[in-house]
Design a protein around this ligand. Sequence first.
Ligand code: PMP
Length: 374
Amino acid sequence: MSSVSIPPPECMLRPLEVPVRYLFGPGPSNVPPRVLAAGSKPIIGHLHPEMYEIMNDIKKGIQYAFQTENNMTISMSGSGHAAMECAVFNVVEPGESVLITVNGIWGERVAEIAERLGANVHRLVKAPGGCYTNKEIEQAIEKHKPVLFFLAHGESSAGLCHPVDGFGDICRKHNCLFLVDTVASLGAAPIFMDKQKIDILYTGSQKALNAPPGTAPISFNDRACNKMFNRKTKPVSYLFDMTHLSNYWGCDGSPTRGYVLYFFGLEESWRKHKEVAAYFYKGLEDLGLKLFIPDKELRLPSVTTICIPEGYEWREMLTYIMKNHQMEITGGLGPSVGMVMRIGLMGYNCEKTNADKALHALADALKNCKKSKA
Ligand code: PMP
């Protein structure tokens, strides 16, 4: 067996070409040159002391971004989905009850993850962008007695930023863990893990945090650690088992990769996202477009959802914008498909000049795409 029968592919001989695009969808977003440059630093071993120092710095950065003092704070290898699975796999055992708000795609995803491990899943379903009152949640928790309650802070399929206050207290009263998804909202809208009594919080790297995709910060407080380290069964995933991950990250008492928050402070970043979003909403309304979430205070500042303008084919508009403006804008996701178009202006992309670019592209599409129905 000495010669290869499958020749080296032609494409491997060509230099890699990656087009320059405006990533104005719900993520990934464009990253600043400083972050791109960090990606070209030399590789070092995963057990070298310098690596532990870098990991420690990352941990401190996450604690700041999450506003938490939790020691059990790490960044996982994988996308936001990895953190979703890590959260659910580690704190839920087969047969246990979980309560999940489904007002867009993300709750449904978490429900499916929990079902796959054999949990007893209770969904609280609303139309995309729907909000829950504290009373509704308390009643459902009293009824189903879940060990875990899930809420998406930034429901990016609907463009909703759900209020979080009060749910943490309800969960504590009923001995339930409070899990919050901030993949699409962290850095763009305020969240305070400790003060808001969130037991498990996760996010993604490629949205307002402005890093390449592929790492997902997650943090567990003492209540969550108590549950996950006193389980009867082992988590179904070896890779995402927090007993191993916490050891590697030095969160289990033993000693303790790079992304950078582009902003110089959380408050400044929240303020900027709000300001640019308000500017953008006005421009969209001036174009005659309708915002999907009517209440301004409930709109997710990082991802704006607009109703599909009457008579237009949304796919045609998005294809036109990509072809003529090299700009990614996306349609809905899951239950919001066919209802909305989504424009993300987050992190490095969160600038009024970029809002103007997106408005210009949308105006052009409105003018040049066929208007089929009246
Ligand atoms: N949750 C929310 C709210 C998201 O917006 C996304 C990504 N769009 C995810 C989870 C999943 O993250 P990823 O695509 O990085 O796996």
